[in-house]
Design a protein around this ligand. Structure first.
Ligand SMILES: [Zn+2]
Ligand SMILES: [Zn+2]
Length: 158
């Protein structure tokens, strides 16, 4: 019976590396025929092996750090990595406020901006500390009156 044979094949296939069954495969990207160990296992394919070889996959389908950074900038600030780097160069790789070099920080500089949508303007690139300070400054501007009132409030001697 064809069905039982198929099932048996499937059963054995399931816990084994599918590359045991197929020794060679043509990469559908670079069109080179390679040993299947140059491919990754992918259960979604009929033979259980990815259609692109490892090196093609690496080269073409895994976003690099730069690319991820770029897409992040693009959607948030409508800026590109190129612009970011130009700005960084203009600031001599230093934070626009405190002037500390970017190598002193683990994380890359924040894109400090104001406005929204089309009116969005990038002011400069800031280190984590200065960026946080700006946020706090905004917060305390709103609270300034309350802070003053609080400081003048009657005290109780304990
Ligand atoms: Zn390939
Ligand atoms: Zn700074």
């Amino acid at each position: 019976m064809a069905n039982s044979v198929n099932l048996k094949y499937f059963e054995s296939w399931k816990d084994k590396d599918p590359r045991e069954f197929t020794k060679k495969k043509k990469c559908s990207f670079c069109k080179e025929t390679k040993t299947t160990h140059d491919f990754t296992v992918n259960r979604y394919f009929h033979d259980g092996i990815s259609s692109y070889c490892k090196s093609c996959k690496k080269k073409n389908f895994s976003p690099t750090k730069e690319m991820r950074k770029n897409s992040h900038l693009k959607c948030r600030y409508n800026s590109t990595l190129e612009k970011y780097n130009v700005m960084l160069k203009q600031q001599k790789n230093r934070c626009a406020i405190c002037g500390v070099h970017k190598n002193r920080f683990k994380r890359s500089f924040h894109v400090d901006h104001k406005g929204k949508g089309k009116n969005l303007i990038v002011r400069g690139l800031l280190c984590v500390t200065c960026n946080n300070y700006l946020g706090l400054k905004e917060r305390f501007k709103k609270l300034e009156e309350k802070v003053s009132t609080y400081l003048l409030s009657p005290t109780i001697q304990l």
